[in-house]
Design a protein around this ligand. Structure first.
Ligand SMILES: O=C(O)c1cc(=O)[nH]c(=O)n1[C@@H]1O[C@H](COP(=O)(O)O)[C@@H](O)[C@H]1O
Length: 271
């Protein structure tokens, strides 16, 4: 398997730059007329896969909504990963994991190791135990051709207080970006370490010129960000992957309606 950077670049080239999040909120299950249980979750999530996996570059199931249903929910997440990938989408498992190194190794086994049922093509990670604590995941991603997206500046208003704090003459977010850039140096076309930078921000204040990795930009749609924000924040940056969940999947339960909403958004974002 070629490296994640190459696979992501190829997928975006073929399908356009869009990630759709599969976030089966209880309120969305209600809106689709589905029960708030594992059966409802399964119907919801697999309808999203059927609608989107053949069309969009990346699918991003949010693990919490599956974990909330216990082992049956996690089994549904495993199906989403397997069926999404089989239909040609890259699957980014949004788990936002981060722990001390030895436990991080277990997360790496779960989300990035070859053959793990919870390993998609990439996983989201939180760097707040120190970027260096992510090492087992970075090493596993490199070994298995997978990727990681590390939180830098998140889309929520609470994030700034920690992420923009100055430490050692630069913001915490810039130090995460610099560590990612160091890890990606020399990789062609892109390294495996992406960053999460919210599309809702007034400005990023980040120097991403050396990143050599992808930027996942959440907050499109339900959180208020649109094409103009992406252009303003990331114009000229490398591979930017806007991501939207509720604004696309709210169009269910009809799979065709979800698909049209995703393709409309993709085209609108492409300008
Ligand atoms: O990592 C993410 O995907 C993420 C990072 C971030 O900064 N903000 C953010 O909203 N997200 C995720 O994006 C999804 C929300 O998407 P919307 O429904 O489009 O608002 C949730 O799964 C969030 O966990």
């Amino acid at each position: 398997m070629s490296g994640f950077g190459a696979r992501l670049a190829a997928s975006v080239e073929a399908r356009g730059a869009l990630c759709v999040g599969i976030d089966p909120h209880p309120g969305l299950l209600d809106a689709w007329g589905l029960p708030r249980d594992a059966a409802g979750l399964e119907r919801f999530a697999l309808t999203c896969v059927e609608a989107l996996a053949g069309e969009v570059a990346v699918l991003k199931p949010q693990s919490a909504f599956f974990e909330a249903h216990g082992s049956r929910g996690v089994a549904v997440l495993e199906r989403v990963i397997a069926e999404g990938r089989a239909a040609g989408a890259l699957v980014l498992v949004d788990a936002k994991r981060g722990d001390i190194g030895s436990t991080m190794a277990a997360y790496a086994d779960a989300f990035l190791a070859e053959g793990s049922p919870l390993a998609g093509d990439a996983v989201t990670l939180s760097p707040y135990l120190g970027f260096g604590s992510l090492e087992p995941a970075l090493a596993m991603a490199e070994a298995t051709g997978r990727g990681v997206f590390v939180l830098a500046l998140t889309s929520n208003p609470e994030g700034a207080r920690v992420q923009r704090a100055e430490a050692g003459g630069r913001s915490v977010a810039q130090s995460v970006a610099d560590a990612a850039a160091e890890r990606n140096a020399g990789a062609v076309p892109l390294g495996p370490v992406g960053l999460v930078v919210g599309a809702t921000l007034a400005e990023t204040g980040l120097d991403l010129a050396a990143l050599n990795g992808a930027i996942l930009a959440p907050g499109v749609g339900a959180q208020g960000a649109g094409p103009a924000d992406l252009a303003r924040l990331f114009g000229g940056a490398g591979l930017v992957l806007p991501t939207s969940s509720r604004d696309v999947i709210k169009h269910g339960p009809d799979a065709a309606a979800i698909r049209s909403a995703a393709l409309r958004l993709r085209d609108e974002l492409a300008g």
